[in-house]
Write a protein that binds this ligand. Structure first.
Ligand SMILES: Cc1cc2nc3c(=O)[nH]c(=O)nc-3n(C[C@H](O)[C@H](O)[C@H](O)COP(=O)(O)O)c2cc1C
Length: 325
């Protein structure tokens, strides 16, 4: 399939694996890129720039296809050394950077002067237009359904994507709630040039996370996610568990008086415990409503082949049949 996104990034299929904390290592990124999509390493999961450089080298060893690095700008306990990370991304000959969380403008000249394409992840049309106006090459439009940070506007993709299509001139992918060939065809119909998936890629054989995490996603339904940190205007969609429910109780009890310190136990340092040790109930971790559509743990290449085959079947047969009758 050829779209503006496959052309821009030099990939075979318009399917991107979004950056994911403690999931987006070279192993998964390379598997996605080898399957014809665009795999992405998550910079902030690495302890420092030197470790990111090694992860990028590892990814080059595992694939000769294009891959990207995610740079997330969100409030965090430990301030990242972005100039050093960008330096190793440039030196590591990474062709694509996915930015997220905040305006990437300060970092664009360094990245784009080095020939790197920048796709910025946004949760609203106004942020997507801002990204376009500052020169981003593409955007990823994340609807309310998405895992991670959906923003504060709560606009689902059935509205957000056609709104983005009406306003944007640069290519964009649909993110949040994407799982299969139906999602891809729907995203294309709504005006997107491809899809970005997070949760779906966590439940794959190559995702370097504990089997408990994959099973938790398979077991979850579309009703099992919660929005946390809304009072802090840092809303995150996560899988529910006892720690998340405790956090929500605190939010309710403390109201606007709540501070990050009140919930630190449920959110800080959780990812290694969940993703590597499999303690899925130990705190809050991102998961999308799309968990309700995920009921297996396939090989990445089988998943991508399946998405493309289903998309083709819908376009050729279902749509063709509808028009013929
Ligand atoms: C476990 C997990 C961790 C994530 N971590 C990040 C991150 O560090 N930075 C980021 O930009 N997005 C992060 N995301 C969001 C994804 O890149 C993607 O935008 C989102 O998962 C799309 O929604 P979906 O899960 O419905 O496909 C994460 C998602 C998951 C599931």
């Amino acid at each position: 399939m050829k779209t503006r996104i496959t052309e821009l990034f030099g990939i075979k299929h318009p399917i991107i694996q979004g950056g994911m904390h403690h999931v987006g290592y070279a192993k998964l990124a390379a598997a996605v890129s080898n399957a014809g999509g665009l795999g992405i390493i998550t910079a902030l999961t690495q302890p420092n720039a030197k470790a990111l450089a090694s992860e990028i080298d590892r990814c080059h060893d595992l694939t000769d296809q294009p891959f990207g690095v995610n740079l997330t700008f969100l409030p965090s306990l430990k301030k990242a050394d972005y100039p050093a990370l960008i330096d190793v991304i440039i030196k590591g000959k990474v062709g694509i950077v996915e930015t997220a969380g905040n305006n990437p403008q300060p970092w664009l000249p360094a990245l784009q002067d080095a020939g790197i394409r920048v796709i910025h992840k946004c949760t609203s049309v106004r942020h997507a237009l801002k990204a376009q106006s500052i020169g981003c090459d593409a955007v990823s439009v994340d609807g309310f359904e998405c895992a991670g940070h959906p923003g504060e506007d709560d606009v689902p993709n059935f509205i957000l994507l056609p709104r983005a299509a009406d306003e944007l001139t640069i290519p964009f992918v649909a993110s949040g709630g994407m799982a299969d060939g139906r999602s891809l065809v729907a995203a294309l119909a709504l005006g997107a040039d491809g899809i970005n998936m997070g949760t779906r890629f966590v439940a794959t054989r190559q995702a370097p996370v504990h089997p408990n995490v994959k099973q938790a996603i398979v077991d979850a339904t579309e009703l099992d996610t919660r929005l946390i940190m809304r009072p802090l205007r840092n809303t995150e969609r996560v899988l529910t568990n006892p720690a998340v429910e405790r956090l929500l109780d605190k939010e309710q009890a403390l109201g606007s008086q709540i501070s990050f310190d009140d919930i630190v136990e449920e959110v800080a340092g959780v990812y290694p415990r969940v993703m590597q040790e499999g303690q899925t109930d130990s705190g809050a971790w991102s998961c999308g409503m799309v968990a309700g559509l995920i009921d297996d743990i396939p090989d990445v290449s089988d998943l991508i082949d399946r998405i493309m085959a289903q998309a083709k079947q819908i376009i050729d047969q279902r749509f063709g049949g509808l028009l013929a009758s």
